[in-house]
Design a protein around this ligand. Structure first.
Ligand SMILES: Nc1ncnc2c1ncn2[C@@H]1O[C@H](COP(=O)(O)OP(=O)(O)OP(=O)(O)O)[C@@H](O)[C@H]1O
Length: 124
């Protein structure tokens, strides 16, 4: 593959990724909820004027949750496509994918508590 084709295929990959991100935002309620929560904590970040390190942790947590939620959606879509009917194995696969989101969400909540607890409850 020459250099021009390489750049072209990378740009195409980028376009598909943007398209996928837009589809997630437009169609997936779980992603829309995560987006609203993310906007809320970003607003809180500005309101409490959190430090650069806290911003990094907060943005990392937001990225982690939204990314895993997106992968969970892809797993669900794939499961529904491969086996549209009820099957214990499909249920198991979907539960595991949802479990991954749970881990990320719990960590994000803990990070948010560590960041905001001092700003909210220790006014000094
Ligand atoms: N085809 C299936 N076979 C067995 N269990 C399923 C199947 N589809 C869903 N389940 C069970 O229902 C749970 C929720 O499924 P899913 O995440 O697809 O949500 P939904 O309520 O079916 O649809 P949506 O999230 O799109 O509103 C799964 O974690 C799994 O336990």
């Amino acid at each position: 593959m020459n250099e021009k084709n390489f750049i072209k295929s990378r740009l195409k990959g980028f376009y598909y990724a943007i398209k996928g991100a837009w589809m997630l935002l437009k169609t997936e309620q779980s992603i829309q909820v995560q987006m609203v929560v993310s906007i809320g904590v970003i607003a809180a970040g500005f309101y409490f004027d959190i430090t650069a390190t806290e911003w990094i942790l907060q943005l990392f947590a937001i990225g982690l949750v939204i990314s895993i939620e997106g992968i969970n959606t892809a797993v669900e879509e794939l499961a529904n496509f491969v086996h549209p009917d009820f099957h214990n194995k499909i249920g198991h696969i979907k539960d595991i994918a949802a479990g991954a989101v749970f881990f990320a969400a719990i960590i994000a909540v803990i990070i948010a508590m560590i960041i905001y607890w001092p700003y909210i409850f220790q006014n000094n």
